[in-house]
Structures are given as structure tokens and as C-alpha cells.
Design a binder for this molecule. Structure first.
Ligand code: PLP
Length: 399
């Protein structure tokens, strides 16, 4: 027998599996709404002008590519922590904030998870119901028991806030609570600032460990507004973990740009925590790559490039909003009787469209339009050319 004889075939990733099916579909009218990627109105992944300018400058420098420090580029880390906590954060001033460059938001979650496993080995991890499909797998793979707290209410297409609060209150002390700081994936349903305030108070009172995942900062209401949940937690003076992703906001998916930020209790704690997190990184991949990090760092630290980036982000955000509005209008126009205005209230790239699994299946089989079986669609994959076809087909299966 060989070493691998007993290896079982793992189930396909549901979303990547959908992509494979889409690619094999010969219909020229096909549309892929299953992905988690922002496309422009021409259906292309944009190369942002701010990114391009930073990249050209980088190439002209003809810089050598030595190893980076284990925790990454200092300017990148400073820029990343100021984005989430604010330039004038008293926590940063007090030396209580550590940021480590990470391999995307996923890498930040994984480094954080491995470190928490070392600190609180028996902690439970609670994720929203539903959540980004990799949250459960990632924390289970790091050795945790993962449970759900109530989140989405299918009847109202909104938030089950009461259920969420009760769910959080019932968790054992020192459980890790993973919260989508803005633009919830997959539902698009976010908390109001008042609801966040209450959640933060419950998390603090129940002595839970907040892990704020912010993968779409800038796609909701803007860079500052989208950080308000993180800042509410910071105002309560809580120790916490924050995973940032720049994959979407810089349209740099393949560069693996993200950051893990940890708020500690004191400057002294910070140096000890940093030394331990560096060990986690060192034994995983040693140190992060240079290219994407240099570009993000350049944009974050150059006022003109930052302003250009902010403007381009606003453009992406506004285009998604326009697609939401047109989708709602067209669904009504094509005969959907139910009020679909909840699609307008949702934030970020995704919408829980309200379609059922059989409706999603019909959409694929009859119209070549691909969505996730939960009814999640990527609004950022809609454009002025495909929206009419998509709305018409959706209306047909939803009627
Ligand atoms: N967290 C959430 C909620 C996400 O939706 C995603 C990406 O889809 C990530 C984390 C991971 O981001 P990255 O691609 O930067 O690893």
C-alpha cells in the first residue's frame, strides 16, 4: 500500500467549484454572479490608477528584493492600523496597537487564530449564521470548536438583532467572536451604529474576545464610516483582534495584501505579544512578500495617491449602489411582486437576493446565470450590459 492510499477526495470548494462550472459553460450569454470580486462596468477587474502609479514608481526604483522583517513593512503596518483605528487613535499613541503585514485577510485570520490557540486553547469560536464560508473551516483547522450566533433573518431579509444579542450573551467567557465590521459576507446586512454599540457592550460585559474581520472597508459608506464598528470597540478600551484585507479595496487579489492588528492592554504587553506572533509567522511562512505590500504602503503614505485611491474606491462603491438600485427597479418592472428594496439597504459587494436554492438552480440551467445556492449574488459583477438580462431572468425564476 502507498502512503496516500487512504486519502479521501475532499469536497470541492462551493464557490471555486461554481467557477469551474461557469468556465465550462459554452453559452455566450452566461453571467457569473458567484464570485467575490469587484468588476468594472466592462466586466473587468480594474487596475486602480493609484496602484498603477505606485507600481511604476516601484519599478523605476529598481529596488533589490531582500527579506522583509517577519512582521512586514513598517509603513504598511502603520498605514493599515491608522485606516482601521484612525490617525489620532489614543490606543496607537499609547503603544497598545500592533500590526503585522499578512497574506491577505485570510492570512491575518490564520495568524490570529494560531496565536489565540496558544493563549486560550479551549476557547470556542463563534461566527455569524451565515458567514464567509472560510471562517468555520479556518478556525476549525486551527483547532477550535466553531459555533454560530444568530445573524440573518430570512423573513425580513434583515438582521435578527435580538437573536444575535442573546446568542452572544450565552457564550462562555473568553469565547472568540468573529464579527464582520462592515459589508457582511454573504448577506450584505450590516448593523447600525447603535446596534454595534450594544454588541460591543455585550462583548465587553461577557468577557468575550472580539475578532473584527474587515475585508470591504470603503465599499459601504467610505473608509472612515466603515471603520466605525472597530472604533466603537476601541472606545470601550477592549483588547481585540482585527483582520484587514486590501484584496478588494486595492483590487490586488493576487498580491495577498492584508494585515493583522492586535490591541493589547499596555505597551509592555505589546512587545511580548509581538514577540509571540512573530514566532507564529516565522514558523508558517517566515516573512511576507515585498511587491503588493510596497504598493499598498506607497499609496497609504503618499497624500496624493491616497486621495486618488479614496476617489477610485468611491467610484467602485457608487457603481455597486447604482447596480443595486437598477436591479430592484428592474425586478419590479419584470413582474416580481415582492418588495425587493432590501437589496438597496444591503452594503458591500454581496446581496442575499432572496432566491431559493431551486430558483438559483433554474437560473443556472435555463439562463446560464450563476449564483451561490444560498441566493447570494455578487452585485459588483453586474454592469450596464448584463443587468437587464440578469434582472429579467431573476424575475422569471422568482415569480
Ligand atoms: N473575510 C471576509 C469576510 C471575506 O469576505 C474575505 C474574502 O472574500 C476574506 C476575509 C479574505 O480576504 P483575502 O482574499 O484578502 O484573503
Amino acid at each position: 500500500s502507498t502512503l496516500f492510499q487512504a486519502v479521501e477526495l475532499a469536497p470541492r470548494d462551493p464557490i471555486l467549484g461554481l467557477n469551474e462550472q461557469f468556465n465550462a459553460d459554452p453559452r455566450s450569454t452566461k453571467v457569473n454572479l458567484g464570485v467575490g470580486v469587484y468588476y468594472d462596468d466592462n466586466g473587468k477587474i480594474p487596475l486602480l490608477a493609484a496602484v498603477h502609479q505606485a507600481e511604476v514608481a516601484r519599478v523605476q526604483l529598481a529596488a533589490a528584493r531582500g527579506y522583509l522583517p517577519i512582521e512586514g513593512i513598517a509603513g504598511y503596518n502603520k498605514g493599515a492600523q491608522e485606516l482601521v483605528l484612525g490617525k489620532n487613535s489614543p490606543l496607537i499613541g499609547a503603544g497598545r496597537v500592533l500590526t503585522m503585514q499578512a497574506l491577505g485577510g485570510t492570512g491575518a485570520l490564520k495568524i490570529g487564530a494560531d496565536f489565540i490557540k496558544q493563549l486560550v486553547p479551549d476557547a470556542k469560536v463563534a461566527i455569524s449564521d451565515p458567514s464567509w464560508e472560510n471562517h468555520r473551516a479556518l478556525f476549525e483547522r486551527a483547532g477550535f470548536e466553531v459555533v454560530n450566533y444568530p445573524y440573518y433573518d430570512a423573513v425580513t431579509h434583515g438582521l435578527n438583532f435580538k437573536g444575535m444579542i442573546e446568542g452572544l450573551r450565552s457564550l462562555p467567557q473568553k469565547s472568540v467572536v468573529v464579527l464582520h465590521a462592515c459589508c457582511h459576507n454573504p448577506t450584505g446586512v450590516d448593523l447600525t451604529v447603535d446596534q454595534w454599540r450594544e454588541v460591543a457592550q455585550v462583548v465587553k460585559a461577557s468577557n468575550l474576545i472580539p475578532f473584527l474581520d474587515i475585508a470591504y472597508q470603503g465599499f459601504g459608506d467610505g473608509l472612515e464610516a466603515d471603520a466605525s464598528a472597530v472604533r466603537l470597540f476601541a472606545d470601550l478600551d477592549m483588547t481585540m483582534f482585527i483582520s484587514s484585507s486590501f484584496s478588494k479595496s486595492f483590487s490586488l487579489y493576487g498580491e495577498r495584501v492584508g494585515a493583522l492588528t492586535i490591541v493589547t492592554g499596555s505597551q509592555d504587553e505589546s512587545s511580548r505579544v509581538l514577540s509571540q506572533v512573530k514566532r507564529v509567522i516565522r514558523t508558517n511562512y517566515s516573512n511576507p512578500p515585498t511587491h503588493g505590500g510596497t504598493i499598498v504602503s506607497t499609496v497609504l503614505n503618499n497624500p496624493e495617491l491616497f486621495a486618488l485611491w479614496d476617489k477610485e474606491l468611491a467610484g467602485m462603491r457608487d457603481r455597486i449602489r447604482l447596480m443595486r438600485k437598477q436591479l430592484v427597479e428592474k425586478l419590479t418592472q419584470y413582474g416580481v411582486k415582492e418588495d425587493c428594496s432590501y437589496v438597496m439597504k444591503q452594503r458591500g459587494m454581496f446581496s442575499f437576493s432572496g432566491m431559493t436554492a431551486p430558483q438559483v438552480e433554474r437560473l443556472r440551467a435555463e439562463h446560464g446565470i450563476y449564483a451561490v445556492s444560498t441566493g447570494r449574488i455578487c452585485v459588483a459583477a453586474l454592469n450596464s450590459k448584463n443587468i437587464d438580462t440578469v434582472a429579467k431572468a431573476m424575475a422569471e425564476v422568482m415569480k
